[in-house]
Design a protein around this ligand. Structure first.
Ligand code: ZN
Length: 374
């Protein structure tokens, strides 16, 4: 097995920073240096070693996982993937070292005709990455739907609570009783339940149903008491939130480019992330990278910048992209730099714990101990 020593490097271990250390990669794992010679020595001076980034909200198609890894994202948590595409992406992630690893919700739970059906109507370019949605018809359908997801190997359940208001339309959406039945069915199968909910009203339905996490920050409330009260409720319920600020930034730019666009409350979701962070909510960095925008991999670096703009310290933003998503999703082998953990690593020039923009200055990426060849 190959032994690689990264010498004299600043280490952000997923939780805190050590100014200078030697880190040994032995095969696929991180181990403590033992004095025996390494096959390869990498000079870490002036550089920082981070756990490989974990993007907690993506949608994977052909090419996504390669783009992610090239930008230091070693694991993507997919939040909706149709079965044929999912099977292919899983095979890729399992058989190749030059693509990011993958976890997925598989098919999402939505009402007949509900979000994101409108996005898939004209999706010829997506090939088999688009396909018919297995809609949930009511509370009595929740067990059947969830069992089908377990059969297709879903790692968690994604539930859409979206009436279309934020998209400027009206979509059919799951009734609160159906959302609650889905959460109950997910928990009975040992799956976490994550809700796509983008307005305060939708988030209230998701919280009432007992979800474990939210796939976006709330996007319809200005800073103020109503947002603060919602943030306090999310914190009290110990529900985690995936931020996706770069997604809101991207759709706002698209809307502004359209003729009759008017700025929406989604213009800046940073204030929502700030309110949640100040309330003590567990935040996970995620981009909602999809086949269009934001782009897999590179968007994660923008997300980290936006999170610091929303009041998180660089260390807190980096934890939200490494150790925290690993802990929240039960990925016990990654997200940290410590002996025994998977050698999913990102080496950058400079010090992102003081200047977050240096995460983009990539000097090396390892997935399971294998260095990605540039
Ligand atoms: Zn999404």
């Amino acid at each position: 097995m190959t032994r690689t020593l990264i010498r004299d490097v600043r280490v952000f271990d997923g939780e805190r920073t050590v100014p200078r250390a030697d880190i040994l990669i032995d095969g696929a794992r991180i181990t403590a240096p033992d004095g025996r010679p390494a096959d390869t020595v990498v000079d870490g001076s002036g550089r920082t070693l981070l756990p490989g980034l974990i993007d907690a909200h993506t949608h994977v198609v052909d090419g996504s996982l390669a783009a992610a890894l090239a930008h230091g994202v070693t694991t993507e948590l997919d939040m909706f993937c149709v079965p044929g595409n999912l099977a292919r992406q899983r095979r890729l992630a399992a058989s190749r070292d030059d693509v990011a690893d993958l976890r997925s919700a598989g098919m999402l739970a939505t009402a007949p005709g509900g979000h994101p059906t409108q996005l898939l109507v004209d999706a010829g370019a997506l090939g088999d990455a688009a396909g018919p949605i297995d809609a949930v018809t009511g509370p009595a359908d929740a067990k059947r739907f969830t069992a089908d997801r377990v059969a297709e190997g879903a790692d968690y359940l994604k539930i859409v609570v979206d009436d279309g208001i934020l998209h400027g339309g009206h979509f059919p959406t799951l009734a609160p009783a159906t959302v609650a039945a889905l959460v109950e069915a997910a928990h009975a199968q040992g799956l976490r339940a994550i809700a796509h909910a983008v307005t305060a009203r939708e988030i209230a339905i998701a919280l009432d149903a007992g979800v474990d996490g939210l796939a976006h920050v709330p996007a319809d409330l200005p800073a103020g008491p109503e947002l603060s009260a919602l943030a306090a409720r999310v914190a009290a319920a110990r529900v985690f939130v995936v931020t996706t600020l770069v997604y809101f930034e991207a759709i706002t730019a698209q809307a502004a480019a359209a003729d009759h666009a008017k700025p929406s409350a989604a213009t800046d979701a940073g204030h929502a992330a700030r309110a949640l962070h100040e309330a003590g909510v567990v935040l996970l960095a995620g981009t909602d990278a999809n086949p269009y925008v934001p782009e897999h991999g590179i968007a994660m670096h923008r997300e980290l910048l936006l999170l610091t703009g929303a009041g998180m310290s660089p260390d807190a933003a980096l934890a939200a992209a490494t150790s925290i998503p690993a802990r929240v999703f039960g990925l016990t082998d990654r997200g940290r730099i410590a002996p025994g953990f998977r050698a999913d690593l990102l080496l950058v020039d400079g010090d992102p714990t003081s200047d977050i923009s240096t995460t983009k200055a990539i000097a090396g990426v390892w997935r399971g101990g294998v260095r990605l060849q540039p």
